[in-house]
Design a protein around this ligand. Structure first.
Ligand SMILES: Nc1ncnc2c1ncn2[C@@H]1O[C@H](COP(=O)(O)OP(=O)(O)OP(=O)(O)O)[C@@H](O)[C@H]1O
Length: 277
């Protein structure tokens, strides 16, 4: 085994292998640069099974990058990310940790569901087909089972009367709820919501937030959110994490972080927000 493999093993395996306390997501000393610009400067973040966390911070502070790395849409420059005890970018082959192959990445990625700002539904497919596509083609689920699950999910997000329509016939809020159903039907262990209401007209924001609140309050799903909706963050989060200049500056329960910020940086950020950030 090489020294590098030893180092990786030390880093990703030096955590409890089992037990309720094991984080479902673990970022360790993550650095991420785009060219010369270092966006993240050593991020450590553990997220527990079932925990709902909201990441807040100024524009460009790296919130989306944190989420995209978990979806393997971006690779950290250095550091490790672990999902459900498995390293994201490495896999164990014959007792040795080696760079992950696509199959391993797919497996780990399958534990994560994501809803983006842009819902990107397939325009030529009905709502039902939009939701059944991935379970059938990615999970290999039977058409019957996928349909049953999709219908149940679409009912959960309040769209059971729209399943045979096409995306263009739905409002933006309804389309975003389809995108949520489409992610949930894959039964991810962790759901990521990245500014999912930013592209919506103000009157449509509430219905989408309500659906997310329902999921947060009725399931034990781990949820990581990036949002500018502070009241929503306060209502659903177990923990709010404030990042600025590439590092976590403050974190804790929403009432502590949002009502009693300790650092000047967070106080200033929240002040800007109240003044219409
Ligand atoms: N693929 C990329 N190539 C180059 N630079 C990038 C890339 N992705 C992000 N960046 C830069 O990294 C920084 C952090 O971006 P990121 O989108 O993570 O911030 P954010 O906190 O989510 O911002 P916002 O609140 O404005 O969405 C920004 O300066 C952005 O321009």
């Amino acid at each position: 085994m090489t020294a590098m493999q030893d180092a990786i093993r030390e880093e990703v395996k030096g955590v409890p292998e089992s037990g309720l306390d094991r984080p479902i997501v673990r970022y360790r000393d993550i650095r991420k640069s785009f060219g010369d610009f270092e966006v993240l400067k050593g991020l450590d973040l553990d997220i527990k099974q079932g925990e709902k966390i909201t990441i807040i911070g100024p524009s460009g502070s790296g919130k989306t990058t944190i989420i995209r790395m978990l979806m393997t849409l971006e690779k950290p420059t250095s550091g490790t990310i672990e999902v459900d005890g498995e390293p994201l970018w490495h896999e164990e082959v014959k007792g040795e940790l080696v760079p992950a192959r696509e199959k391993h990445l797919r497996k780990v990625r399958g534990k994560i569901g994501m809803v983006f700002q842009q819902y990107n539904l397939f325009p030529h497919m009905t709502i039902l087909k939009n939701v059944t596509e991935a379970p059938i083609h990615v999970l290999g689920m039977s058409k019957k089972e996928a349909k049953e699950k999709a219908l149940a999910m679409l009912e959960k997000v309040g769209l059971k009367d729209h399943v045979h329509k096409y995306p263009i016939q739905l409002s933006g809020g309804q389309q975003q709820r389809v995108a949520i159903a489409r992610a949930l039907v894959m039964e991810p262990k962790v759901m990521l919501f990245d500014e999912v209401t930013s592209a919506l007209d103000p009157e449509l924001v509430g219905e989408v937030l309500q659906v997310i609140k329902d999921i947060a309050h009725t399931t034990n799903m781990t949820m990581i959110l990036v949002t500018h909706e502070m009241d929503f963050a306060r209502e659903i989060s177990d923990r709010v994490v404030f990042i600025d200049k590439g590092k976590i500056v403050e974190q804790g329960p929403p009432e502590q972080v949002l009502e009693h910020p300790k650092t000047e940086r967070l106080q200033t950020f929240l002040q800007h927000f109240r003044n219409g950030y």
